[in-house]
Write a protein that binds this ligand. Structure first.
Ligand SMILES: *[C@@H]1O[C@H](CO)[C@@H](O)[C@H](O)[C@H]1NC(C)=O
Ligand SMILES: *[C@@H]1O[C@H](CO)[C@@H](O)[C@H](O)[C@H]1NC(C)=O
Ligand SMILES: *[C@@H]1O[C@H](CO)[C@@H](O)[C@H](O)[C@H]1NC(C)=O
Length: 318
């Protein structure tokens, strides 16, 4: 169940994280070679024009299905009040909440997935038995040779994949739009990355498929990461300061991020303005890959990221 309140939970977790023995977050931290590349700054106006709407959609995915459908979930719904929800579901547990919507402002069909609570995610992803499996050839008919993904992420994506695909296809046909955006936060970011991969493989080339996700854990191995780079050149994943989630599962278990990291190095006190850099390459040691275990912050996983956007059920008023 994800209806618990995040804040007390995170406060309770922080001392635990600090006192934890090294293997808790698995990590890396400096052991493995990373691609160094000079970062360049991303302005707040670029953040507003390219990342704000995906952030709004990913945030609303945490809200209960009924209030989302009625667009009465408070600030997360107010921010996206012109959208038409085409499909919404999930149980907030085994099947994280999700929706498919038509966004007239950006002429886009949007797919958004809820995340999960970060401690469960961190402990699952640090399990050394974390299994990599071949990609399902029905959903991913042109998966690259040797591409393997996290077993649990693929299972979770599989619980909504057929409905997402059929709803998106029908929505593209009825709206005449030619653009799809897949977004999500945390576990929802992993599911959205797999959705974008599936949609790119199964929709005609005339449809643009984009994916912008937040707090993404590593989803698959090196051939998977290379495939994402080739298939989804606009793929972006936003990482917030000392969030430990983007550093799991660890690279020594053969997990690798695709390119497209946008790393937040600071957020102002109001949670409105972010200092952000674009990080070239797949694993840039100037960005999340360079984080130290000593200052890991689960609070950074939840936010704020920018424009007052934080993630979790507590953001929804109903
Ligand atoms: C990136 O990291 C390298 C070495 O780790 C450093 O020399 C360089 O100044 C960094 N670049 C930026 C833009 O931070
Ligand atoms: C970005 O958007 C926020 C909230 O929508 C707004 O308050 C802010 O002025 C915008 N900043 C820029 C630089 O466009
Ligand atoms: C592969 O995906 C298809 C379509 O979602 C599904 O029906 C099938 O059960 C999946 N196969 C496995 C082994 O999970």
């Amino acid at each position: 169940m994800l209806s618990f309140s995040f804040l007390p939970f995170v406060c309770a977790l922080l001392p635990l994280a600090q006192a934890a023995p090294l293997p808790l977050f698995g990590i890396n931290f400096g052991e493995s070679a990373a691609t160094d590349g000079a970062t360049s700054s991303v302005s707040q106006s670029t953040i507003n024009s390219t990342l704000q709407r995906p952030g709004f959609f990913a945030r609303a995915a945490y809200c209960e299905t009924q209030s989302l459908q009625a667009l009465t979930c408070g600030a997360p719904c107010d921010a996206i009040s012109k959208i038409k929800i085409l499909q919404a579901g999930g149980d907030g547990g085994e099947i994280p909440r999700f929706f498919v919507a038509q966004d007239p402002d950006s002429q886009t069909i949007v797919v958004a997935h809820q995340g999960t609570d970060p401690t469960n995610l961190l402990s699952d992803l640090n399990d050394v038995e974390v299994a990599q499996v071949a990609m399902n050839s029905t959903r991913f008919p042109s998966a690259a040779k040797g591409s393997l993904v996290h077993d649990g992420f693929q299972d979770t994506q599989g619980r909504t994949a057929d409905l997402v695909l059929s709803t998106v296809k029908a929505a593209l046909a009825s709206s005449g739009y030619t653009r799809v955006l897949a977004t999500g936060h945390s576990l929802g970011a992993a599911v959205a990355t797999l959705d974008a991969t599936m949609l790119r493989m199964q929709l005609p080339a005339s449809v643009e498929v984009d994916s912008v996700v937040f707090g993404l854990p590593r989803v698959g191995n090196q051939p998977f990461a290379d495939m994402i780079d080739a298939l989804l050149p606009s793929f972006s994943h936003v990482t917030n300061q000392h969030d430990p989630v983007p550093d799991v599962p660890p690279r020594f278990l053969s997990f690798q991020h695709p390119a497209g990291e946008l790393h937040i190095t600071a957020v102002d006190a109001a949670g409105a303005t972010a200092t952000m850099v674009e990080c070239p390459g797949q694993e840039n040691s100037n960005c999340s890959e360079g984080n130290s275990l000593l200052d890991a912050s689960v609070g950074n996983h939840l936010g704020p990221y920018f424009d007052g956007i934080s993630f979790g059920s507590t953001e929804c008023s109903a």
